[in-house]
Design a protein around this ligand. Sequence first.
Ligand code: NAD
Length: 419
Amino acid sequence: MAQPSQPAIVVIGCGAIGLPLAVALASRGASVLGIDADPARVADLTAGRTALGDSGLAEALRTGLEEGGLGFSAVLNTAPDERAYVLAVPTPARADGAFDTGPIEAAMAAVSAAARRDELVCVRSTIPIGATRALAGAYASAGLMFAACPDRSVAGNAYAEQFSLPHVVGGLGDTAGVRAAAIFAHLGTVVRAPDPETAEAIKLFANVQRDVSFALANQFALISEAAGIDLAVVRQVGAAGFPRFSLARPGPVGGPCLTKDIALLLASAGLESVDTRLLSAARSLNESLADRIAAAVETELAERPGQAVAILGLAFKGTPPTGDQRGAFAAALCERLVGRLPKLDLRRWDPVAEPPAGRAAAVRRAGVVVLANDHPGLAIGLDAELSADAVVFDLTGLVGPGAGFASKRFGNGAAPTRS
Ligand SMILES: NC(=O)c1ccc[n+]([C@@H]2O[C@H](COP(=O)([O-])OP(=O)(O)OC[C@H]3O[C@@H](n4cnc5c(N)ncnc54)[C@H](O)[C@@H]3O)[C@@H](O)[C@H]2O)c1
């Protein structure tokens, strides 16, 4: 039921981030209107359908619709009562690395046309440092309040994490901060940042830290391969003997966020004099994995002329399971393989998007099989479906001892083993 003391909330952009937030707020009694530019998505959501597989989301969506506190529309109209607006539209980087402001400007144009003076705009999308203040300046004539309220949920669990993770809120002015905090307090703990820039930086620094720490692990993986040692053993023995040595697991890095958030950080105003090569080098090392693995697969195929290659795990990550294939390593690897070997018989299978039986068809008589994400289902029972002479490229360490087939684990400089 709607709480009359709280303004109705309009969430602009009902995708991977906006929808879980809209549904979560409605489940806590807020009156929520979801706006999306895609009419087909609006029709699906209005009928209670979502392709997002986040745990608990689909059920809560249908409950919100049935109880009447939640609705969707492709058009944002004016309203007689006070509302607050949450921007959750895409914030991509263009090919040249610049921040593509198109979607957020389109969303702000719609909000400023429908909103009344003093209403609050919360920017949930990930944006460069200073972008919330820049939006406030660009739409100053509308007299709106602004706060940066970045999302830190994980794909696959984004609905549940609306309640379990704290919400960082950085208001442009104290009143905006207090009002934004009141909205997110519907869901759980709120952590106030002193200003929007601090909140924007927390989001970007958190994601860039992950990208860079994966790049460091991948750099050590390449060194380990060249040095003939196994990085998994280095991590295991090192953690036991060097208590302050903690290294991320090496492997593919992809997804809708990490592939572009370094670009968004570097698009922040005022960085011209800052040396940011560390960040660019980290990103390009992570991106280079697709080429490196494609080259290794090609080398392996030279000993197996004419044999097929199967790529298993098409989502950008496997744990927690997600159907999200945006920015996924598998797609980049397939593109590189087709570029190198245009006549290659290339098969693909994903454990979330496709039935389990599809894996056997994908790997049948394949000479090389690549486990391209960390979904545990990729390797379980695989030995029964593989050709006897197939080799498995295990990019995330899924294959344990006794698997019963030949495998090459990324970061292991030892020769292939038959375990
Ligand atoms: N996906 C994640 O895991 C994640 C996590 C944290 C933050 N973010 C950030 O959240 C933001 C949204 O990402 P997402 O993954 O939810 O994107 P998405 O592509 O899943 O969803 C965006 C939605 O916005 C709609 N849209 C686009 N322009 C619009 C407009 N002008 N008006 C109304 N609707 C519009 C699209 O139709 C789409 O449904 C981005 O800034 C992203 O960086 C994403």
